[in-house]
Structures are given as structure tokens and as C-alpha cells.
Design a protein around this ligand. Structure first.
Ligand code: SAH
Length: 343
């Protein structure tokens, strides 16, 4: 504001308005001429909510349209302790994981830190949250995209969302999920942000991991484990491994044994996920009974493993599914939404 020849307090007004999820033109205490001047250079808002689907289990799925017309998605999960929002960090993804819908069309572009932030601010506003009483209490960077492949914007977002003048969400309530970009994991460790580091492991053998995650050709499991140990040493925070069970790929006795060998004694949790089937991939989910037995074996061997609650299956809950459906046929999604509201 000072550089535009305006008073500094206008900066606070703009910051507060945007943080409350408003577009520039909606901020009532900014004079019209100043709004016009701002809109010559800046977008009115970083994103808009274009669809909201509500699942029978209460989970909500959102589609956001960015100023350039790109579409991204997010999920809101309701728990007793608060609401967790899952946000996207990229339009598409270039990591190429074989089971994931977000990567099917490749990477379109990185999101700016403002676009990552806008997803939370818009949902918080829609739920009636304010700066003081936020309705989004926890965040998981588990939407479309690889957060550490968009490093500066992801870290910029983490600083904005945890800023005391902003929504003030503590890094302890934020989980960052990565497919295992080792150099960026180490760089993140040095940032002094104590987020929950979550790593998509999905296989305990490098050879198996390479079959489902191309990134495994660049970094070995050993390097990932070392980077996690470094994170724990610097932050004192336990880390989490995600393990998506895929039938016949990573769910055998040998996989259990190797997981136990690799992870015993480490300050980590294993979050087992049953594959959310994406029809283009041809991969099939491990059955629920088998999944529970898999977890039981890990637990009996002394590891801490839990099954991730599956939510929102009726509203394309998995990464990238809704965006793909929307791009293929926008009207079908709208019809689906109306049915949701009626029932
Ligand atoms: N790029 C980050 C965040 C992605 S999504 C990462 O790779 O961790 C969050 C988690 O969902 C990851 O563990 C990812 O591997 C997993 N995932 C993606 N598609 C899935 C699917 N169809 N079923 C189950 N889990 C999936």
C-alpha cells in the first residue's frame, strides 16, 4: 500500500478482507478508486468455489476455479475435534504414480502460494468461519500435486496459514505429504516449520516401489528413511508413512516382514490406506479383511499402524478424481450435486 502511495492501514484492511475469504471488490472498507487501482494489476480473487458436493458421510468435496480458468479440487473431512481440509498444491502432477488420478494428465502448472491459501480461506468463509473463530482447524497437503515439487509456494503457504495475523493454524495441525523428494525433505527440515511430515512409502522394496512410483528411480527407500531420521532429529516430530494397499503389488507376507525390518524402532506411524480404485489405472484394492490382517501383523510385530478411514467414496474422494470427471463432463457433476442436496 505504501508503494502505491496509500496509507499503511489500507494494507491491514486488505489483508484482513482477503484472509476472511473475500474478493477485493467485496472488501467494504476499501474505497472504490483504490479497488479499481488494485484490480488493474491484481485478480479480484485467487480462486472461486464452483462446486460443492456433500457426501452421505458428511465429507465435502470442492471444485475451485482459478483466475486463468484452471480447475482444482479439495476435500473437507469432519471430525469430533474439528474440520480437516485437504488442499491441492499443483494443477495436475508430474510424479506419475501408477494408482493416482491426479497425475493422469500430467502437470499443468504450479499453484501460487495465494492459490493454495485461497482454498482454505474460501472454505472457512463458506462454513461461517472468521479470523477469530476458524472453521477449518487442520490441513493436509494431500490433494492434487506434489507439494515439494512446488517447494517455494508450499513453504510460502505454510507461513501464511500459520501466521498469527492470519488464520493462525499451527504447523502441528498441518500434514505435508510427499512422494519422497529427498533433497526437498531435507530443505524443509531446515525451515523450522514443525509440520507433520508424511511420506508415501507404498512398498518396502525399491524394486516394487519403482513399479508403482517412478520417483523411486531417483531416490531409494534408504535415502528416504535417512531424510526422515534427520527430520526427527531436528524437529523432534514423529513422521508418518502412507501405505496404500494394492492387490498383488504390495500386500504380501514378504512386504509385512520387510516393513517390520525397515521400520522397527523408528519414531513413525504407518497409515494404511485401501486403494481408492481409479478405473484408468486397472489396479485393484486389497480386500478389507486382508487389509485388517496386514495391519494386525504390523501391530503384533511392534509397529504402530492404523487403517485410514475411507470417506467420501460417493463424491469422488480420491486425488484428482473429481477434477477429471468435471473436465470430461461438467454438467454431469452439477446434476450429481443437486441429487446430493435433495436427498
Ligand atoms: N504428492 C503427495 C500428496 C499426494 S496425495 C504424495 O505423493 O504423498 C496423498 C496420498 O494419497 C498419497 O499417499 C498418495 O500416494 C495417495 N493416493 C493417491 N491416489 C490414491 C488412490 N487412488 N488410492 C489411495 N491412495 C491414493
Amino acid at each position: 500500500m505504501l508503494s502505491m502511495g496509500e496509507k499503511a492501514f489500507r494494507g491491514d484492511q486488505l489483508f484482513d478482507g482477503i484472509t476472511m475469504g473475500k474478493s477485493v471488490s467485496e472488501i467494504s472498507n476499501i474505497p472504490k478508486p483504490l479497488k479499481e487501482k488494485l484490480l488493474e494489476t491484481y485478480e479480484d480473487s485467487a480462486a472461486q468455489i464452483v462446486e460443492r458436493l456433500v457426501s452421505s458421510d458428511g465429507t465435502e468435496k470442492y471444485l475451485f476455479r482459478l483466475a486463468d480458468g484452471n480447475v482444482i479440487e479439495g476435500v473437507l473431512m469432519k471430525y469430533k475435534y474439528g474440520n480437516t481440509q485437504c488442499v491441492s498444491t499443483q494443477v495436475g502432477c508430474r510424479m506419475g504414480c501408477k494408482f493416482c488420478a491426479s497425475t493422469l494428465g500430467g502437470l499443468v502448472r504450479n499453484l501460487t502460494k495465494g492459490e493454495i491459501l485461497a482454498q482454505v480461506l474460501l472454505v472457512n468463509r463458506l462454513l461461517g468461519g472468521t479470523l477469530k473463530e476458524r472453521k477449518v482447524t487442520n490441513i493436509v497437503l494431500m490433494g492434487s500435486g506434489e507439494p515439494l515439487d512446488n517447494y517455494d509456494n508450499t513453504v510460502g503457504f505454510l507461513r501464511l496459514i500459520s501466521s498469527p495475523e492470519g488464520l493462525n493454524i499451527s504447523p502441528r495441525n498441518i500434514s505435508l505429504s510427499t512422494c519422497g523428494l529427498v533433497p526437498q525433505m531435507r530443505k524443509l527440515t531446515e525451515e523450522g516449520l514443525s509440520v507433520n511430515l508424511t511420506v508415501s512409502l507404498h512398498a518396502p522394496f525399491d524394486e516394487d516401489r519403482k513399479k508403482i512410483m517412478p520417483v523411486a528411480n531417483a531416490y531409494s527407500i534408504r535415502e528416504i528413511l535417512d531424510a526422515c531420521a534427520f527430520y526427527f532429529e531436528k524437529t523432534g516430530r514423529r513422521y508418518i508413512f502412507e501405505y496404500t494397499l494394492i492387490r498383488g503389488q504390495n500386500d504380501s507376507e514378504a512386504h509385512v516382514k520387510e516393513l517390520v525390518r525397515l521400520l522397527s524402532g523408528r519414531p513413525c506411524l504407518i497409515n494404511v490406506i485401501r486403494l481408492n480404485e481409479v478405473k484408468e489405472t486397472g489396479l485393484i484394492s486389497t480386500g478389507e479383511t486382508h487389509a485388517r490382517a496386514f495391519i494386525d501383523k504390523l501391530t503384533r510385530a511392534g509397529l504402530t499402524a492404523t487403517l485410514r478411514r475411507s470417506a467420501g467414496a460417493d463424491i469422488q474422494g480420491a486425488c484428482g478424481q473429481l477434477r477429471r470427471k468435471y473436465l470430461a463432463n461438467p454438467t454431469e457433476i452439477r446434476a450429481g450435486r443437486e441429487e446430493e442436496y435433495e436427498s
